[in-house]
Design a protein around this ligand. Structure first.
Ligand code: ADP
Ligand code: ASP
Ligand code: MG
Length: 427
């Protein structure tokens, strides 16, 4: 079985949705199709939710009405016959009645998450009806039946697998199973999500849960490029990556993949292929566990919004147990640490989630003096066993020239050297 995931731009226009039906039909065997919301929808739902939380109902209604118009014109182009136009109309009306119901009630974080789930719920229904109109047999399998996260927001892969396997095998003689990316249930059984860009993660979790032959991520670019094409000109696609390399790139900012996408696939050795919906002949990128030959630099990614925290304590740093106590502060605040460097008198570390920064700072003050630098960027340089090769750091530092470097991390993984710079130097 193959898992095919189509991102927002791949389903964002009626003609693209028709195109992905062709791509699905052209893939032999049984497949699970994971869809994102139409491009722009989740952003708009976030905006509506923010307005509602801020008590700005009129602004929320304005956004809602615009989004509804967008869907009205979408279905006009998607469906050919009058009867399916009517079905499309019914779907859109039902969703927007529900969105307005959410908006009219006591809107809280639970309602917010329900609102965010509507994008994937509607895109999958619209696509399913498109296949129905073309008399293509398929089934809709709600992700909320099987996709779940625990109290730490971590996907419960084993449970997902236990639920999904019988569901999929109950669909005998069905080659196309459609489900929603991004959405899930949390440990309170409420509707939740896998964070922005999470449909990639859904696809990989499903691929691991059913031990798929392959997970294909179809997007608007011909694979993982060697640098961020939104910032750097003349980037080129990379044909092969190892799980480790791809994982580092995704985690450190390559937007083409949700940061955690590779983890489940790697666990069960399921290859992940990145493909371009607009150019299906392009080879894309294949990500596997095959050990690539040690080579030179393969790719660079950057992660913004990093906060660096320096804890200086001549008294305590050398004492055993000191780092454990520092790490405990972050653990207690459910904040993960990305980079860390130590000297005899100080330790510097970075976090990407500054939600609990004020109380983290307060607790760290017990250990010594604290310095915080916001708006930092991690630049992550990736290549197979690059840290074991001669002259690698020299080349990196030559390239950095006069750019002031706040931290360097090398040796944690053999595939990656990371440097922390102020965001203004990122480009
Ligand atoms: P989707 O909606 O299909 O999930 P995304 O917008 O999330 O698509 O991801 C695809 C985009 O990721 C590309 O259009 C590209 O601008 C961006 N991107 C950032 N870094 C990279 C990279 N290293 N390689 C390829 N694409 C990248
Ligand atoms: N629709 C969600 C988002 O925009 C998930 C995804 O597209 O992967 O973040
Ligand atoms: Mg994405």
């Amino acid at each position: 079985m193959v898992v095919l995931k189509f991102g927002g731009t791949s389903v964002g226009k009626p003609e693209r949705m028709k195109k992905i039906a062709e791509l699905v039909l052209g893939t032999p065997g049984k497949k699970i199709v994971v869809l994102s919301a139409l491009s722009g929808t989740t952003n708009t739902l976030v905006a509506i939710g923010d307005h509602l939380l801020a008590g700005q109902k009129a602004k929320a209604e304005e956004e809602t009405a615009n989004l509804e118009k967008h869907y009205q014109s979408f279905i006009k182009e998607l469906y050919a016959s009058e009867s399916f136009q009517a079905i499309g109309q019914e779907i859109v009306s039902r969703f927007f009645i529900f969105i307005r119901m959410l908006a009219a009630g006591q809107f809280d974080n639970k309602g917010y998450r329900e609102l965010l789930a509507q994008g994937e719920l509607i895109s999958t229904e619209l696509f399913y009806q498109h296949l129905q109109e073309r008399r293509i047999t398929a089934r809709l399998l709600p992700a909320l039946y099987f996709m779940s996260i625990d109290e730490n927001d971590e996907p419960e892969l084993e449970k997902i697998s236990e639920r999904l396997k019988p569901l999929v095998s109950s669909l005998t003689n069905i080659d196309i199973v459609i489900t929603q990316g991004y959405i899930c249930r949390n440990n309170k059984n409420e509707i939740d999500n896998l964070k922005r860009g999470g449909s990639d993660y859904t696809a990989s979790l499903i691929g691991a849960a059913i031990r798929a032959e392959e997970v294909q991520i179809w997007t608007d670019i011909d694979g993982m490029h060697n640098n961020d094409p939104r910032i750097v000109k003349k980037t080129i696609p990379i044909s092969e990556l190892t799980f480790d390399e791809a994982s580092e790139l995704a985690y450190f900012g390559a937007k083409i993949l949700h940061p955690s996408t590779i983890v489940p696939a790697q666990k069960y050795n399921v290859p992940v292929r990145l493909k371009n919906t607009m150019d299906e002949k392009a080879p894309g990128t294949i990500i596997t566990g095959k050990g690539a030959a040690p080579g030179s630099f393969k790719a660079i990614a950057a992660k913004d919004g990093i906060t660096a925290i320096n804890i200086r304590s001549s008294r305590m740093l050398m004492a055993y147990g000191f780092l454990r106590r520092v790490f405990e502060v972050f653990e207690n605040h459910k904040t993960s640490i990305d980079m860390i460097t130590t000297s005899e008198v100080a330790v510097s570390l970075t976090i990407d989630n500054a939600l609990h920064l004020p109380s983290i700072e307060n607790e760290l003050k017990k250990f010594g003096s604290i310095e915080v630098d916001k708006d930092q960027t991690i630049i992550c340089i990736v290549g197979q066993k690059i840290t074991e090769q001669k002259g690698v750091l020299k080349k990196i530092f030559e390239a950095l020239g006069d750019v002031p470097v706040r931290m360097v991390s090398c040796g944690g993984s053999t595939n990656n050297v990371s440097v922390l710079v102020e965001k203004q130097y990122k480009e």
